[in-house]
Design a protein around this ligand. Structure first.
Ligand SMILES: C[S@@+](CC[C@H](N)C(=O)[O-])C[C@H]1O[C@@H](n2cnc3c(N)ncnc32)[C@H](O)[C@@H]1O
Length: 239
């Protein structure tokens, strides 16, 4: 079999292709020695990052044994046994600073769960930590938690896959604890972006808020008015 200079079979290298969503997650991972993929399932992301030379080693972690069996198959298929370690862990409970992880990825999970996992791991708050987050829901909880724990949101991007749009956030620890204004918790950097997919995702977020405000009108008038004011604020802040 043909081999490239780093002893990874070329045929395998060509076969692993990420979906748009995971590709956007991968694009936000900066080159580093070690990354951890929390809630990894098939471990496609860490495998791709290693095959592309973005990271040298990875820890692929999941709360359930079955996804780790999926991950094991991917690791075997691409010959990455000495580069990717598997770990059964609920969030970061089985991790510590001794693992030497520079970038933690949390992708494909609910925003509330991601925010909870960040909140219960105070040792993450060091300048060595980068986060790449792809919440499926409740983006506002994730941004709120980042501000509260001193992370600065460096970039955001929407990824389009089929009929769905996904948000990906990159954050670095800065130590600047910040109570983000409510409009920012909901819209984040999307508000100032001119990229078409980012604008489309922002419109979806606004439509969701509008639907909620309409449903509450006449039932919870104060909450409905609060949401209407929030929508106006996001519209004013966006370019
Ligand atoms: C939808 S999959 C996402 C897989 C992959 N990260 C992706 O984005 O394609 C969600 C994975 O998160 C795992 N998961 C759910 N709760 C978790 C937790 N508290 N800690 C670690 N993994 C968790 C699930 O077992 C599942 O494998």
């Amino acid at each position: 079999m043909w081999r490239c200079f780093c002893h990874i079979p070329i045929i395998s290298f060509a076969m692993l292709k990420l979906t748009n969503r995971l590709k956007q997650v991968a694009d936000f991972v900066e080159p580093c020695d070690c990354m951890a993929d929390i809630g990894t399932d098939h471990a496609y992301l860490p495998a791709w990052l290693i095959l592309q030379g973005v990271v040298k080693r990875a820890i692929a972690s999941d709360i359930h044994p079955l996804p780790l069996q999926n991950a094991q198959k991917t690791i075997g298929r691409y010959g990455l046994q000495d580069k990717i370690a598997l770990r059964l862990s609920d969030g970061l409970t089985e991790f510590s600073p001794r693992d030497g992880v520079q970038t933690f990825v949390f992708a494909g999970m609910g925003g509330e769960l991601i925010a909870d996992m960040l909140s219960s791991t105070p040792w993450l708050c060091t300048p060595q930590t980068d986060l790449v987050l792809q919440p499926m829901t409740h983006f506002e909880d994730v941004r709120r938690a980042l501000g509260k724990f001193g992370f600065t949101i460096v970039s955001e991007a929407a990824a389009e896959e089929g009929k769905r749009l996904y948000l990906v956030i990159r954050a670095k620890y800065s130590g600047e604890v910040c109570d983000f204004p409510e409009w920012f918790c909901y819209a984040g950097l999307l508000a100032k972006s001119e990229a078409q997919t980012d604008r489309m995702l922002l419109q979806k977020i606004l439509a969701r808020l509008q639907k909620k405000a309409d449903a509450l009108r006449g039932v919870e008038a104060i909450e409905s008015a609060r949401l209407s004011a929030l929508i106006k604020e996001i519209q004013n802040e966006s370019c």
